[in-house]
Design a protein around this ligand. Structure first.
Ligand SMILES: Cc1cc2nc3c(=O)[nH]c(=O)nc-3n(C[C@H](O)[C@H](O)[C@H](O)COP(=O)(O)OP(=O)(O)OC[C@H]3O[C@@H](n4cnc5c(N)ncnc54)[C@H](O)[C@@H]3O)c2cc1C
Length: 312
């Protein structure tokens, strides 16, 4: 049965197809409930497909309705506009499942990176422990080529199955040069369904678990989870540290309208509780222009912007 919502959503967003396919969705959904920064306006419609088939249905629905589409995972690397997302947001974090064949570890896009590391350790596989505590999904980690402590997801990437904007399912094999620092070969509009990794065998599960937990604990000690953030806001310029440049520019601890350059880690911009995305963006732009003026270095965003942002 079609559910009717009265949340300021235009009538033409008739959701019968989604209801019939048993797909979870909401209309007029506040993104601030989902983003790790706890900011962002409403998505016109948001869906949570649980299978690849549901994902295909969602995409065909969006295409029929002419809705722009964006896929996200846990939204831990996203600054979502206060004006929201005027289209279909596909939240991939309920598309779950893991298959392990020898040293090949295949994970659906919506599994959390932490779950994958733990499951791998349980099965005597190791390699990803350095990424312990990164709060995203496998899909997000693969697209962003997440990394920490000298390791990145591409070190173990074998292939990923993804869907193209025109609905074709393709396999991306691993090419040695296709990934680089926080970038991957996936293009805008391509949605990862699952990713496979070749891990190393280590029967000493206690050692792997200890190592992973130590990396996670280090993040907690470094106050990474004390306030809402999206992790590092800017990419490190070649051979330099963005955090160090921001600190040397005198901005560590600087706050404006509830957005704060973290006093613990200058490359984190945190929401002190009352900031809107606009405040965070304006602070980020101020950081960028100050660093550029002082050091003649253009910082590039590591955080992804979703929706519309205007520079002043
Ligand atoms: C406290 C904290 C610490 C962090 N530390 C680190 C760190 O050490 N290293 C690091 O690299 N990152 C770090 N991050 C950032 C973030 O957690 C990672 O980038 C993570 O991999 C993003 O995963 P996600 O599922 O949240 O992706 P999202 O934030 O939801 O999305 C990120 C990007 O990936 C795209 N995307 C997500 N899923 C899919 C999919 N299935 N198919 C296609 N596109 C998709 C989105 O469109 C978006 O462009 C940190 C974040 C926080 C809050």
């Amino acid at each position: 049965m079609a559910v009717r919502y009265n949340l300021g959503v235009p009538d033409e967003i008739n959701t019968k197809l989604l209801d019939e396919a048993g797909i979870e969705y909401r209309t007029g959904y506040p993104l601030s409930r989902l983003t790790s920064l706890r900011t962002g306006g409403d998505a016109l419609i948001i869906t949570w497909p649980r299978t690849a088939l549901q994902l295909e249905t969602v995409l065909s629905y969006a295409s029929q309705k002419g809705l722009q589409v964006s896929a996200v995972g846990n939204m831990t690397n996203i600054l979502a506009s206060d004006s929201g997302w005027d289209g279909m947001l596909i939240c991939m974090n309920r598309l779950r499942g893991i298959v392990i064949k020898g040293d090949l570890f295949i994970s659906c896009a919506g599994e959390s990176l932490d779950t994958v590391i733990n499951k791998a350790i349980e099965h005597n596989l190791c390699g990803l422990e350095e990424l312990g505590g990164i709060p995203g999904t496998i899909g997000g980690a693969t697209v962003c080529n997440a990394g920490a402590n000298g390791k990145q997801i591409s070190d173990y990437f074998f292939y990923a199955d993804y869907i193209t904007p025109d609905g074709k399912i393709r396999r991306m094999p691993s090419y040695s040069d296709a990934f680089s620092y926080r970038t991957s070969p996936f293009r805008a509009g391509e949605i990862i369904i699952s990713a496979a990794f070749r891990l190393s065998v280590n029967r000493n599960t206690a050692e792997s678990r200890e190592k992973k937990e130590a990396y996670r604990a280090k993040r907690i000690e470094a106050h990474q989870f004390d306030a809402p953030s999206a992790g590092c806001f800017f990419k490190n310029p070649p051979l330099l540290s963005a955090g160090k440049l921001i600190e040397e520019a005198g901005l560590k601890g600087f706050s404006r309208n509830g957005a704060l350059v973290s006093p613990w880690h200058a490359n984190f911009i945190v929401n002190q509780g009352s900031a809107a995305s606009r405040d965070i963006f304006q602070l980020a732009e101020l950081v960028r222009s100050t660093v550029c003026r002082k050091f003649n270095i253009e910082l590039e965003y590591e955080v992804k912007l979703l929706g519309k942002f205007e520079t002043e």
